[in-house]
Ligand binder design. Structure first.
Ligand code: NAD
Length: 351
């Protein structure tokens, strides 16, 4: 191996997690114990105690613990190459732009932001700073989803004519930011319905040209006084294909299914989770080894930086999805079909 390649092999990039809530604690931290190209080098939180707990568990240096207030000082920290923003949705824009200004590459959790304008600001800030931006779309790294992309995009069963995508869960505690319109930007559509939008696009390998939608009737209007409790919608494609989708904060649902000219394929009953995915085609079951999605996702971003290539889940994809979510909300509010004029970008077909 050439010396230069060996150096590339050996460099592990330092990640700082911003926001030490459930997702960081239960998934990203543990995944960073399994990564090969990056490692947890720092944490950012308003709670000093929490930072110190993480410091013990991950052997972090004193100078790599930050609060939200002194976060900008991260610019001079050579241990930190990547900032990973894992905060409530409406805080993504602020912390991604601050990270970019600090000269750090950024991963931002989904949904990228609560408005298309914010997404554009985030992309511009990263471009101006010359840093890379990716969205925490872990499913692109899961073999079951990669198989859905392959079967659909390569037309293994002929052209995909119809898609069905459902993702819903019982959201739990009524006092959480997910039920606050300002913090979350919306309800289950922003949070878990976004995976249906993604799944449909990468299975079909095309962008929708219009959407129709309606809110489901609220069973608990008090709990869901700021955001929708559930929503059903359709996405239409230029070739006449239609996707039928549903999301909910009161109903458990997990399905991604494609019906094609000569067969069908689907992920169910576990389609969008971190573990335990299962799927089948009209020929029989799919059988893939379980992976740690987040470890593969973070390692790939680190390798993008090391090797100077673009992420397969770039900021432009995050913005495209927020554009579609906004169109779905508009369709549900007005009862009218909303046309979409989405700009394709490189890596649309994510394989
Ligand atoms: P969480 O509520 O468990 O954690 C949020 C963190 O933000 C906490 O550490 C909290 O202290 C901090 N915070 C700072 N300011 C806050 C404020 N004003 N209000 C509330 N919390 C505040 O949330 P989570 O489930 O970890 O989600 C965080 C982000 O990660 C969200 O954008 C969510 O969509 C995303 N997420 C992604 C996945 C995935 O599969 N990719 C899974 C879960 C969450």
């Amino acid at each position: 191996m050439a010396k230069q390649d060996r150096n590339k092999e050996q460099k592990r990039l330092g990640i700082a997690l911003v926001g030490l809530g459930t997702y960081s604690e239960q998934e990203l931290g543990p995944a960073l114990k399994e990564t090969n190209h990056c490692y947890l080098a720092g944490v950012v939180s308003s709670e000093r105690d929490k930072c110190e707990q993480w410091q013990k568990e991950y052997n972090l240096k004193d100078e790599n613990l930050y609060s939200y207030d002194d976060f900008d000082e991260i610019s001079s920290n050579k241990d930190i190459d990547i900032v990973y923003v894992v905060l409530p949705n409406d805080m993504h824009a602020e912390f991604v732009t601050r990270a970019a200004k600090a000269g750090k590459h950024v991963i931002c959790e989904k949904p990228m932001a609560t408005s298309v304008e914010d997404c554009q600001r985030m992309i511009d800030a990263c471009r101006e700073a010359g840093v890379k931006l990716a969205i925490g779309y872990r499913l692109h790294y899961d073999p079951y989803h990669q198989e859905m992309m392959r079967l659909g995009q390569d037309e293994v069963y002929g052209k995909v004519k119809k898609l069905i995508a459902k993702n819903g869960m019982d959201v739990g505690d009524e006092n959480q930011w997910r039920l606050d319109r300002e913090d979350a930007g919306g309800g289950p559509l922003m949070d878990v319905g976004i995976y249906c939008v993604q799944g449909v696009i990468y299975t079909k390998g095309a962008l929708p040209v219009s959407v129709t939608a309606r809110f489901t009737k609220k069973q608990d209007p008090e709990k869901f006084d700021e955001v929708e409790e559930g929503l059903t919608w359709e996405m239409q494609f230029a070739d006449g294909t239609e996707a039928f989708c549903e999301t909910s904060y009161v109903k458990e649902q997990n399905l991604l299914r494609a019906e094609a000219e000569n067969g069908w394929f689907e992920l169910a009953p576990v389609a969008y989770e971190y573990r335990g995915l299962s799927g089948r085609t009209s020929d029989g079951p799919m059988n893939f080894k379980e992976v740690r999605q987040q470890a593969l996702q973070m390692d790939d971003f680190a390798r993008c930086i090391i090797e100077g290539r673009e992420s397969i889940v770039p900021g432009e994809m995050g913005m495209r999805d927020v554009q579609i979510l906004e169109a779905i909300y508009e369709a549900a509010r007005t009862g009218k079909k909303v046309e979409l004029h989405l700009e394709p970008f490189e890596n649309l077909v994510e394989m």
